[in-house]
Ligand binder design. Structure first.
Ligand code: DGY
Length: 322
């Protein structure tokens, strides 16, 4: 019987699919495993398939501890936590969950942009603290979005959807940087492409980050680049924390160069630079941009579908190209 090790419980929709397909599920824990614990579980069960999460480090040492392992299905669209060289060498197929979370992450990003520019979190704290003593002409002044420029760093599925929402819904002008032009963005929101990131940044009022984590994007944004943004710009990141040097971001925010920062991801998550808690102009969410009930169910189903297809001798739909 095919054995699937589930590194941590995922929504029931996926678990049921795997069970109904007649696969044997082993270890469904309810907490994050350390690398050592994951290796122990893999050695104990030597499963045929592994369901992992973006919080697991899937390197050669982990993968080699289960010689039977044939497929690793991550419950995430990002796969920067998986060593693809090692999976290639060991002949292990990797699948992920693209597409289903695009809308949810884009909506969360739009929410963060609004929260940061309208100072919603700060205003909420102010009101709850009993500080609201009556209408004031200059209380908690924020920024309008209409007519401002949204810089999209990474114009893939999510970046594109954020651009559409912010252009059609809020009247923002869209510019973007990526390794290639995105014709759809030109046609739908009249976006301008900047082949050089350094040339785009000085034109940006709100920067939204949507690149995957890869060697070429790690620490792509450091102090120099952040200081290239317009003074008073807003910085938003719902992709991966390691794309930004977090200490540089804090310095630039503290220097007064940025109006606000809104983050769903952190360089050393779950650790977060303390200063980000202390500064008033930050909006911080705990890596929940894709966390709607519908989307998380769909992601779990995709994880299951990919594994089931593989053991039925078909190519899984969402195989990562190695
Ligand atoms: C992903 O899937 O990569 C998101 O960051 C979390 O859902």
């Amino acid at each position: 019987m095919v054995q699937v090790l589930i590194a941590r419980h995922i929504p029931e929709a996926g678990i049921e699919k795997l069970q109904n397909a007649g696969l044997e599920l082993v270890y469904i824990g309810d907490r994050q495993l350390s690398k050592k614990e994951l290796i122990e579980k893999l050695k104990e069960y030597n499963p045929d398939a592994l369901v992992c999460l973006l919080t697991d480090t899937i390197d050669k040492e982990v993968l080699s501890s289960a010689p039977n392992l044939k497929i690793c299905s991550t419950y995430s669209v990002g796969f920067g936590h998986i060593d693809l060289e090692a999976t290639k060498e060991l002949g292990i197929v990797v699948t992920h969950t693209p597409g289903v979370l695009t809308e949810t992450v884009a909506e969360h990003t739009a929410g963060l942009i609004c929260a940061a520019t309208q100072r919603i979190v700060e205003a909420d704290k102010f009101t709850r603290a009993g500080k609201y003593k009556g209408w004031e002409p200059e209380l908690l002044l924020g920024l309008d979005l209409k007519g401002k420029t949204l810089g999209v760093l990474g114009a893939g599925r999510i970046g594109t959807r954020v651009a559409e929402i912010m252009h059609h819904g809020f009247g923002m002008r869209i510019i973007y940087h990526d390794v290639a032009e995105n014709n759809y963005l030109h046609d739908t929101v009249d976006a301008d492409f900047y082949p050089e990131l350094e040339k785009m940044l000085p034109n940006v009022d709100v920067l939204t980050v949507h690149v995957p984590l890869m060697p070429s994007t790690k620490h792509l944004l450091d102090k120099n680049k952040l200081l290239m943004l317009k003074k008073g710009a807003v910085f938003v990141n719902t992709s991966r924390g390691k794309v930004v040097v977090e200490s540089d971001l804090v310095d630039v925010l503290e220097s007064g160069h940025l109006f606000a920062v809104a983050l769903d991801v952190y360089e050393f998550e779950p650790e977060i630079t303390k200063k980000l808690f202390e500064l008033p102009n930050t909006v911080l969410t705990p890596h929940i941009a894709s966390a709607s009930k519908e989307t998380r169910d769909k992601m779990a189903e995709m994880v299951a579908d990919n594994i089931i297809a593989f053991f039925n001798g078909e190519s899984p739909k969402n195989q990562v190209k190695l």
